[in-house]
Design a protein around this ligand. Structure first.
Ligand code: GTP
Ligand code: MG
Length: 232
């Protein structure tokens, strides 16, 4: 019996449960088809597309790469990654500030068999909403860029809590901005002790090797396991 003079419906829980069901379907597809799926999340302008191009360049000798570019409207990033040799798919999210698992399923459906070995979703530029929606990815990769400030883990904790790997981008601008990398890492550790943090510059290439090496290890290990499972 409600103690309010009106009914309350927990719509949020229903949305989350529905999203989880679609995310499970995404995981099932990527497991059966041997795909490594990355959900790349960050604020607008943090350097997602710039880092993505570096990742494509590093991985494409080994893997077939697909990219899903999610933007409310613009398609400039799809042209950029296509020029780097990746198969791109534009996800127009309209007024939605994130990609959810149902949109991801529709996106996967648009890639022709055999699917790319690695599919990277460049999520909508936003440090809040994308963190709330599990899209069934194998790796949640987030970027915080130096000009945004080292206090962002305090202000947008969910993104830092749910991500697996974090890049601090634009370290070449550290002398200009008042960014304390150690302080930032400490804030992140308090939220997510497992998070691996890679300070780098996607522009100059500083710090890229350590990040790419870790990424390649994770992808190789996961794809080996998925392919073993799919062959059973
Ligand atoms: N100085 C510096 N600039 C960078 C770095 N990485 C990216 N940029 C610049 O930052 C700007 C935004 O980069 P993008 O890669 O387009 O960022 P994004 O996150 O994809 O942006 P949206 O898709 O619009 O949200 C561009 O002018 C890049 O050249 C970096 O490491 N250092
Ligand atoms: Mg971009």
């Amino acid at each position: 019996m409600s103690d309010t003079p009106f009914d309350i419906i927990e719509v949020r829980a229903g949305v989350e449960a529905e999203n989880e069901r679609f995310a499970a379907q995404v995981r099932d597809i990527t497991a059966r088809k041997g795909v490594f799926l990355i959900n790349l999340m960050a604020s607008p302008g943090a350097g997602k597309t710039t880092l993505l191009c570096r990742i494509i360049d590093a991985l494409s000798p080994t893997y077939k790469i697909g990219v899903m570019e999610a933007d409310m409207d613009a398609d400039v990033d799809s042209y950029t990654v296509t020029a780097h040799g990746a198969k791109a798919l534009q996800l127009r999210t309209g007024t939605s500030c994130h990609v959810d698992a149902k949109m991801m399923l529709r996106g996967l459906d648009c890639f022709q068999d055999p699917l790319p070995d690695v599919i990277i979703l460049e999520n909508v530029g936003n440090l809040v909403c994308p963190a709330e929606f599990d899209v069934g990815a194998d790796l949640k990769l987030m970027i915080l860029s130096v000009p945004e400030g080292d206090d962002k883990p305090l202000k947008y904790p969910l993104m830092f809590t749910v991500s697996d790997l974090m890049v601090i981008n634009k370290i070449d601008t550290a002398p200009i901005f008042d960014f304390n990398t150690e302080k930032c890492k400490a804030h992140v550790r308090a939220l997510n002790p497992e998070m691996q943090v890679f300070p780098l510059s996607a522009k100059t290439g500083d710090g890229m090797d350590a990040f790419l090496s870790r990424l390649q290890d994770v992808i190789a290990h996961t794809l080996t396991e998925k392919r073993k499972g799919a062959a059973k």
